[in-house]
Design a binder for this molecule. Sequence first.
Ligand SMILES: Nc1ncnc2c1ncn2[C@@H]1O[C@H](COP(=O)(O)OP(=O)(O)OP(=O)(O)O)[C@@H](O)[C@H]1O
Length: 300
Amino acid sequence: MIEVRELTKRYGGTVAVDGLSFEVRPGTVTGFLGPNGAGKSTTMRVLLGLAAASSGEALVNGGRYAALRRPIREVGALLDAGAVHGGRKAFDHLGWIARSNGIGSRRVAEVLERVGLAGVARKRVGGFSLGMRQRLGIAAALLGDPGVLMFDEPVNGLDPDGVRWIRELMRALAAEGRTVLISSHLMSEMELTADRLVVIGRGRLIADTTVRELAARFGRGVVVRSPRPDDLRGVLTAAGGTVEEAEGTLTVTGLGVADIGDHAAAHGIPLYGMTPQAASLEEAYMELTAGSAEFGAVPR
Ligand SMILES: Nc1ncnc2c1ncn2[C@@H]1O[C@H](COP(=O)(O)OP(=O)(O)OP(=O)(O)O)[C@@H](O)[C@H]1O
């Protein structure tokens, strides 16, 4: 697991991270959200041993890493997908990392397959699109089959298919029991990907919560259409949502889009559509990070 306790990181006069505390548990995807310069990358870099804490702790599986001594069987990370030697072929790039960590080439083929790059394994990375580089970076993170994974802005620059692919991969990695921390600017993306949300601004914790809790506190409801509105209403009410009905259209508060989809699917109730709640959560996020809203940390 990942534990950040009262972490502060200063660069000269700049306080990049300011007394930050949060935890990421195994089997969950935690979305790490905050505007540019909020301190997300710095926090990950300290967790990975690439920068030293000024004070406080940033622990992975209870330990601290020294620079370049991070065991890739324990923790994998994608920090800067662009920073790959363009002259190398994808297979050789990963093969080199694998060899220096005593990992066989069979695993290289496996991770290339998992990220959908098996077909271009022998192509030079220099010709890869940003999306392909993100996939390659993720493959490198997965090489050691680690239990803890950190991805810094993995959806940056990806098209909708790429974004969907990342979302499914993150969910699958958490379902395998891994601890996943993923940073993003986009609440709309995290809403569908993350179980928990850690929102920071100016290096400080703003909210440590769930998508559901945030939707319940700030959401203006999700408009849902279904051929079986009465059944759906029963299911969503039992799940803790508040449902209002008007002319066969339900407005649900207290549950996020992903929750509603899951509950409907579990009961075999078809949905015609959900008006994306993302806009209202995005607004909530903007309010939060603008410092104009208060949000207490939610007990686990
Ligand atoms: N190596 C460094 N030297 C000096 N200042 C730094 C360094 N790294 C980060 N900072 C500063 O620390 C603050 C936090 O930056 P950080 O990159 O961690 O934020 P971020 O949330 O990851 O932002 P972004 O979304 O833009 O990547 C910023 O003010 C940044 O300028």
